[in-house]
Design a protein around this ligand. Structure first.
Ligand SMILES: Nc1ncnc2c1ncn2[C@@H]1O[C@H](COP(=O)(O)OP(=O)(O)OP(=O)(O)O)[C@@H](O)[C@H]1O
Length: 261
């Protein structure tokens, strides 16, 4: 099990965002975190990502629990975790190449960095753009740079916060396709999202209901692969491009929540 969350709770401004949250994400599985705005999806993602601590409970990543140790949390971030942030998480004054080179590649030393970066940029459609300044790129292009960084890093766990919300359909399809590849390669993927198409694409859903108790009311059984596709697009002047998750992706089932039902 790559991600194991048990009895997690978090308060913000004196309010319980969520409490008693428990879930597992296996290798190759995609979990969608859903819930209304302010329910604490991004905060839960940050806690799983060891960007901020839980108030109570535990998060175990690839068999390691950092507990209260900042050093262990930093090592988990470095060695196992990869992020797609809503604001792309890039350094605006650096070039595209430098932003991808920030990633610490799994296996291989510095000598492999250049070729890996070049291959990753080509994979996301940014070949030849390595010397561009990041702040000159469109939002979709910046998200592609962030994806290239993940391709170099190849993390065990990919955490994505609204990864398609600022993108047009073509760029959103690229993001889901790449996230699919990470899952197919054995990563556990957790996506905070409002997008019905992303929820339909994911294997399982964990719903934060903003009840104060903050328990996950979701954890829907994984849809059969054949039905795991975005819903038919609403009638529109032009048909929306649609991304269908390929079959054969390894995926598991969610563990029942441990919190109060
Ligand atoms: N650094 C912070 N300090 C205090 N409160 C915060 C902080 N960050 C977020 N919050 C509050 O915590 C609550 C949960 O925020 P969060 O961004 O996790 O929700 P969300 O479900 O991801 O929302 P959205 O769908 O709008 O992105 C909100 O009420 C927010 O105002």
């Amino acid at each position: 099990m790559t991600v194991v969350v048990r009895g997690a709770g978090k308060q913000r401004g004196g309010r319980t965002l969520w409490d008693g949250v428990s879930f597992d994400v296996e290798r190759g599985q995609v979990l969608a975190l859903t819930g209304p705005s302010g329910a604490g999806k991004s905060t839960l993602l940050d806690c799983v990502g060891h960007i901020e601590p839980l108030d109570v409970g535990t998060v175990t990543i690839a068999g390691t629990s950092a507990g209260r140790s900042r050093r262990r949390a930093r090592l988990l971030r470095r060695d196992h975790l990869g992020y797609l942030f809503q604001d792309f998480g890039l350094v605006p004054d650096l070039t595209v190449q430098a932003n991808v080179d920030i990633a610490r590649p799994r296996g291989g030393g510095r000598s492999t960095r250049g070729p890996r970066t070049a291959a990753a940029l080509e994979r996301v459609g940014l070949a030849g753009r390595g010397s561009d300044r990041t702040h000159d790129l469109s939002g979709g292009e910046q998200q592609r740079v962030a994806l290239a960084r993940l391709l170099v890093k190849q993390p065990d766990v990919v955490l994505a916060d609204e990864p398609t919300s600022a993108l047009d359909e073509a760029n959103a399809a690229v993001v889901l396709e790449l996230l699919d590849e990470f899952a197919a390669g054995g990563a556990a993927v957790v996506v905070a999202t409002h997008a019905p198409a992303v929820v339909a694409w994911a294997d399982t859903t964990l719903h934060l209901d903003r009840s104060g108790a903050g328990r996950p009311v979701g954890g829907a059984p994984r849809l059969p692969a054949a039905t795991r596709r975005p819903p038919d697009p609403a009638p529109a002047p032009a048909p929306a491009p649609e991304y269908v998750r390929p079959t054969g992706v390894v995926a598991g089932s969610p563990s029942p929540p441990e919190g109060p039902a």
